[in-house]
Design a protein around this ligand. Structure first.
Ligand SMILES: *Cc1c(COP(=O)(O)O)cnc(C)c1O
Length: 449
């Protein structure tokens, strides 16, 4: 070590003249060089020697990369949670991505009637598709399901009462609580029944001339088991009809296909709800529906019209890219291609032997530190909380003093999000795009090295 290691540090000018940095934007490179030199001085102050010239250049390059890259980056979801809200929920079908890109890059007939050359309505784009799929008379789309619930309550129940079972006063992730939304809409919540048991007679007894609606909320992110009872949607629809109030059904996930085909417990479907006589049914676009973010609302013409005309409808309206993406996704359902072309359904439907083969190939590419074990994939996104699908996981053995938390962090640096369970890093091929398998194996090998 030289007597004054600070004097061994290169100047900013010398650093910027390096081949690796010469093509970088000067202002950015200069400030990143200053940051890197500050870090080097801090390292010297901490008792280390001056870092080598090349090491400082590499540090500057890394800092420039961090500055210029997009703050929203693609990640590989190896958690096995199919609808991962923190990772952006449903990945989209290719058709949806193309439709969104096409409509975003130019002008469109978003609110324009091509035949008459006059103003049109954005509702007319999704409405026929949603009606055909769910059997409803009318439909509209808003920003997300939370705004669908808010709009519905504000439009049909402001200043009036809405009867809800105590077992359904749920909080959906991120602080969306039914009683709070109810208050925001100026509807008055009337709770009936108990946490575990609510009977149809409880609803009948609670309806008064001030009642606007009965609301059912699918308790999508938890499960009460044991001594439980809750009226069927058919019974609720009958009481609502007999007593002249509306039935609003928040089914949550927008599950249009039969999940029992994959060994999962039944999930309420919008089409069944409409067939049972619900007046308004709402669901998310980006959960099991498998499309872009949205709140899809289907129901009776007279009721949906009240929502379309309410001032909040303008505040929560959906943008053109999402409308295009949802339309493309709806068309896949209509063509019967959901399981092949909508990623969340393709993941749910992937057979165990295909997952086992991919897990084995990934583990083989990583080497001795990887093994294949049995495990479960989750649906996630507040859908089917107790349900899981059998899968094969790649398990990484932590080694050389590197524990599983550190290993998972090193994978995150390489854009791979894994699961840590019982002190082990686990990767589930079900939620990894097969085209990324090699990259995942590569990232694991680097993280272990
Ligand atoms: C997820 C969910 C919501 C909220 O939907 P977002 O699209 O996230 O706004 C509302 N109700 C139920 C029952 C849900 O499962």
């Amino acid at each position: 070590m030289s007597p004054n290691p600070y004097r061994d540090l290169p100047s900013v000018d010398r650093l910027l003249a390096d081949d690796c940095l010469r093509s970088a934007p000067t202002d950015l490179a200069t400030s990143m060089a200053r940051e890197a030199l500050d870090a080097a001085r801090a390292a010297i102050a901490a008792g280390d020697g001056a870092p080598a010239f090349d090491a400082i250049v590499r540090d500057i390059t890394r800092r420039i990369e961090l500055q210029v890259r997009s703050p929203l980056r693609p990640l590989i979801n190896a958690t096995g949670v199919i609808i991962h809200t923190n990772l952006g929920r449903a990945p989209l079908a290719l058709e949806a991505i193309e439709a969104m890109a096409t409509v975003s890059g130019g002008y469109s007939n978003l609110e324009y009637d091509i035949d008459s050359g006059a103003r049109g309505s954005r509702h007319t784009i999704l409405e026929p598709l949603l009606c055909r799929i769910t059997g409803a008379e009318a439909a509209m789309a808003v920003n997300n399901n939370a705004s669908a619930v808010l709009l519905a309550l504000a439009a049909v129940a402001a200043g009036k009462e809405v009867v809800v079972s105590r077992g359904q006063l749920v909080e959906i992730g991120g602080g969306f609580r039914i009683p709070d939304v109810m208050r925001q809409s100026r509807a008055k919540l009337v709770e009936v029944g108990t946490t575990n048991r609510t009977r149809i007679a409880d609803f009948e007894a609670a309806i008064t001339p001030k009642t606007a609606a009965i609301m059912r909320v699918h308790p999508s992110n938890f499960k009460i088991s044991g001594f439980t009872e809750t009226p069927s949607i058919e019974d609720l629809a009958r009481v609502a009809r007999d007593r002249g109030v509306l039935l609003i059904d928040d089914v949550g996930s927008g599950c249009l296909l039969d999940v029992s085909a994959y060994g999962l417990a039944p999930e309420p479907t919008p089409q069944a709800s409409i067939a049972s006589g619900a007046d308004l049914v709402m669901f998310s676009g980006d959960k099991l529906f498998g499309g872009p973010q949205g709140g899809l609302i289907v129901g009776r013409v007279a009721v949906v019209d009240r929502l379309k005309r309410h001032p909040l409808a303008r505040a929560v309206r959906m943008d053109k890219a999402s409308i295009a993406g949802l339309a493309a996704t709806l068309r896949i359902y209509l063509e019967g291609g959901a399981v092949d072309r909508i990623p969340v359904w393709r993941m749910i439907a992937t057979p165990l032997d295909a997952l086992a083969a991919r897990a084995a190939a990934i583990a083989a590419a990583i080497g001795d530190a990887a093994s294949v074990i049995d495990g479960r994939s989750m649906i996630g996104g507040g859908s089917l909380p107790e349900e899981s699908l059998p899968t094969r996981l790649v398990a990484l053995a932590s080694s050389r003093g590197r524990n599983s938390t550190m290993l998972a962090a090193r994978l995150r640096e390489r854009s791979v999000i894994a699961r840590v369970e019982d002190g082990r890093v686990l990767l589930d091929p079900r939620t990894i795009d097969p085209a990324d398998d090699e990259r995942v194996a590569q990232a694991c090998a680097e993280a272990l090295a």
